[in-house]
Design a binder for this molecule. Structure first.
Ligand SMILES: Cc1cc2nc3c(=O)[nH]c(=O)nc-3n(C[C@H](O)[C@H](O)[C@H](O)COP(=O)(O)O)c2cc1C
Length: 327
């Protein structure tokens, strides 16, 4: 594979991940690629059961599959080894003759996709485009819900605000978040991971000042209010659920989310996570009850709409995510 494998793994590593922790490792062996969780990059405060970690692996997998098709390969996914410490996803690549323009557009969208955390312009999304997002979300065992009506969005905003208040009142959550913020270009260059000051719309400051601001000036109330404003500037909310609260279900949800995110990118639709009520277990239950989701687990909530892009988020170089022995 050589150069092709480099392109496929670069695409996989451009996937989104919680706090941009990039919790993945890759092994490339001939026509086979393996994706492994990097458990040293867990987020125990915000993601104690690792569901966000496996969703992130699902995003990387979807990028890899889309990139493989774009490079002329069929990707056969074996996710039967997603159990316990030695979890891995195996992808077998077979040369393919089929051309698919739609897949090519998704492939081109991989480096363009981003989490856009700024205020949106309030324009509604045409219903034909919402249908395309809905089509892109389809995957067995996962659910997708769109909310465009302010009457349905307002109760969800209350849950987001409450989630924000609870998370920012929890010192372990704030400590973990601060540890993943890169407050100035020197920190960004040194680590090439985490949430940079630029993607969060913040000025470059020394770490001591960043810690002070995050601990003393960013209050649970101020965070809740700015999340509510951000949602009200957006066109819609979208929610992803899974029927299965285990790694295979989480990986599938990640694949569904990434396909929607790439499709949205091709339509100039921006997205940003508003996961707070999915991350606090009691609020997740409330969300499930409020929406009548039955046994489905609501795990990702995002706002979508139109806005200018933000600066890009960094990624670690491939050498750092390739397990030894790979080309
Ligand atoms: C499972 C998952 C959970 C995430 N949770 C949040 C979140 O709660 N808040 C947020 O602002 N971004 C969240 N993100 C977005 C990541 O921070 C983002 O993907 C990462 O910083 C890389 O940036 P990019 O998406 O622009 O490439 C999440 C992403 C994933 C995949």
């Amino acid at each position: 594979m050589g150069r092709v494998s480099t392109r496929l793994l670069t695409a996989a590593a451009q996937a989104p991940s919680g706090h941009n922790a990039q919790p993945w490792k890759f092994v490339a062996e001939g026509q086979r690629v393996r994706i492994l969780p990097d458990l040293s990059r867990r987020l125990p405060a915000v993601d104690p059961d690792d569901h966000a970690l496996f969703i992130s692996l699902g995003c990387a997998l979807e990028n890899l599959v889309v990139a493989a098709r774009g490079e002329g390969y069929n990707a056969e996914v074996d996710d039967t080894s997603l159990v316990g410490e030695n979890s891995e996803i195996r992808v077998h690549l077979q040369p393919s003759e089929t051309e698919d323009r739609h897949e090519d557009r998704l492939y081109a969208a991989i480096p363009e996709r981003q989490s856009t955390r700024r205020t949106y312009d309030g324009r509604p999304i045409p219903s034909a485009d919402l249908r395309r997002l809905d089509d892109a979300s389809r995957r067995d065992g996962t659910g997708f819900h769109l909310f465009t009506d302010p009457g349905r969005i307002e109760p969800l905003i209350e849950l987001v605000e409450e989630g924000n208040r609870r998370q920012f009142s929890d010192p372990a959550f704030v400590e973990e978040l601060v540890a993943w913020i890169r407050f100035n270009p020197r920190e960004v260059e040194g680590r090439k991971d985490g949430l940079t000051h630029a993607v969060m719309g913040l000025p470059s400051i020394p770490r001591w000042l960043g810690r002070f601001v995050m601990r003393k000036l960013v209050t649970p109330g101020s965070q809740a209010r700015s999340a509510a404003r951000a949602i009200r500037s957006s066109a819609a909310l979208m929610l992803f659920t899974t029927d299965r609260a285990h790694p295979r279900g989480w990986v599938d949800l990640g694949r569904s989310f990434e396909r929607v995110a790439l499709t949205a990118t091709t339509l100039d639709i921006r997205q940003a996570h508003m996961n707070m009520p999915c991350e606090v277990p009691t609020l997740r239950e409330e969300l499930r009850w409020h929406l009548g989701l039955g046994d489905a687990h609501p795990l990702l909530l995002l706002r979508i709409g139109y806005a200018k892009p933000m600066p890009r988020s960094p990624r670690r170089p491939l050498e750092e995510v390739l397990v030894k022995g790979s080309p």
